[in-house]
Design a protein around this ligand. Structure first.
Ligand code: GAR
Length: 203
């Protein structure tokens, strides 16, 4: 059976990448294959995870190439070289321009650690999202997997899952609970959903 070719874009620890790699192993992802990991950060631990799984890892650093155009051209060249069908942003901390995202309509997925439209958009990433949720005093947060378009965290929502906030939570404790109870489950599920669609459309 033909599989959708997936590139996972990362910037840091890569626990969501690990969840995707594990899901591929266990069969939760059966219509897609992770063939490439692109990191915006040369020292991301996610690159180690890719290596360990036998997946090619490449670095395209905005800082090193000097401009957004060169950064995106570097990513596009890799997507072509590896004949990528679907991009999954898994803790990818760079913004992609409208020029870039419009070339890939409903072919870029992102996981965000809140229930969009809360605590999302410009400036809300990583631990900051959980800091903001705790500061606001909300009692429920969660994670969202959505398509990426020209609006930061604004594309069509595919999956969401709520996670409780408990007394005594720190941003770190909350981040871990949201990952364990939502992100690591939703991202592989959504990836498989989109891969099934891509495979179906290709026959
Ligand atoms: C995850 O919580 C992910 O949802 C978040 O960064 C973390 C990366 O962890 N992404 C964003 O905030 C994007 N706006 P990981 O590198 O261990 O997967």
């Amino acid at each position: 059976m033909k599989k959708a070719r997936i590139a996972v874009l990362v910037s840091g620890g890569g626990t969501n990448l690990q969840a995707l790699l594990d899901a591929q192993k266990t069969g939760t992802i059966s219509h897609g294959e992770i063939v490439l990991v692109i990191s915006s950060n040369p020292s991301a631990y996610a690159l180690e995870r890719a290596k360990h799984a036998g997946v090619d890892g490449k670095v395209v650093s905005r800082k090193e190439v000097g401009s957004q155009e060169a950064f995106e051209a570097g990513i596009l060249a890799l997507l072509q070289e590896y004949r990528i069908d679907l991009m999954v942003l898994a803790g990818f901390m760079s913004i992609l321009s409208a020029d870039f995202t419009k070339k890939w309509p409903e072919r870029i997925l992102n996981v965000h650690p809140s229930l969009i439209p809360s605590f999302c958009g410009q400036g809300f990433y990583g631990l900051r999202v959980h800091e903001a949720a705790l500061q606001k005093g909300v009692k429920v947060t969660g994670a969202t997997v959505h398509f990426v378009n020209e609006i930061p965290d604004g594309g069509r929502i595919l999956l969401q899952k709520a996670v409780e906030i408990l007394d005594g939570d720190t941003p770190e404790i909350l981040q871990k609970r949201v990952m364990e109870q939502a992100e690591w489950i939703l991202l592989p599920q959504a990836t498989e959903m989109v891969c099934q669609k891509i495979v179906k459309e290709s026959v």
